[in-house]
Design a protein around this ligand. Sequence first.
Ligand code: ARG
Length: 392
Amino acid sequence: MADKKLILAYSGGLDTSVAIKWLMDRGYEVICYMGDLGQGGDAEDGKKRALRIGAKKCIVEDLQEEFVSDYIFPALKAGALYQRKYNLATALSRPIIAERMLKVAKSEKAEFVAHGCTGKGNDQVRFEVTFHLKMPGVKVIAPVREWELKTRESEIDYAKKHNIPIAQTKKKIYSIDKNLWGISVEGGDLEDPAKEPKDNAYITIARAEDAPARPEYVTVSFNKGIPVAVNGKKLDPIGLILKLNAFGAKHGVGRIDMVEDRLVGIKSREVYEAPASDILHVAHTALEDLVLDRETIKYKYGVADKYSDLVYNGLWFTPLKEAFDAFIDKTQKRVTGDIKIKLYKGRAVAVSRKSPFSRYSLKLATYGKEDIFDQSLAKGFIDLWAMPYRSK
Ligand code: ARG
């Protein structure tokens, strides 16, 4: 009866494993799609599980390179931090997966696509907006939003009843999404924003208390806004992020604990781990401070906020986001140079900056004898500056 072909965004986790069976029972032929974005775990294992549950196929693709070059680095160049804190690791991953799924839908001649997101979150929006924009007319099924399995416990019971192999136990507390750019954790006792996260809410980053007693320095080199080397050693983009993740995690850098505003109107408490991202945003901003003129710097803050909103709200493939990328790339022409970051007890701080395009002028800034700034001009400048506001 399987005449309704469907591509399911599959993670190997509980929701999407149960979704395979649920969809099959409703007459769909399910093809699972797994994108490797650096989440770790065993894709082969997930694939086996999908096939055992009854998926017709499970397609696994390594999307890491494209994820870094076309999603992570543009967001870094934009300075995109949602509500000034969250680096959008999860938000950036949805449009790339959704777009790849549609390619598979085309080649498999599938009319349906599905995801395992709930009706309360942002991810459903990110998937579905991309589906609609990139393949008008595609039919979207959202099992988790529709089914009667309202709790994790009932999903586990359903899985047991239908012999769906799952790794989860009822004890598991957090909902975790992981990729190269960061880890997003929510649920469990994090739902009380008055409570400090327990240590087990963080997976890779050391507690600042336990971080080394001595600081460590890392120098990040940028070429036109893109990080290309660490401590003088050229690295491929994935290797560079992995390296900085390790540096940061060791020093307790990159833990974020915040309350954020979801698109659907819910405030939500989340913790994030993003060591490389923290280091890179600090370094990138420090370099921009050195090489960009002040009007561009300040205008770009506004762009960063708006850009983050677009990404967070699922509007990656939209004209405004594209136009921002063009603007941002123009500003990055000068963003080349080396920034030294000091890592110490949970903090990443820029302590040295160098660039062939530096706008810093020692002769203007110095209070020493090299000073060439004509202080006599300041009086007239201030008179004119204040003039419009004087009463007479
Ligand atoms: N709140 C973040 C976002 O909307 C992360 C959501 C991640 N999902 C999860 N299962 N933890 O992008």
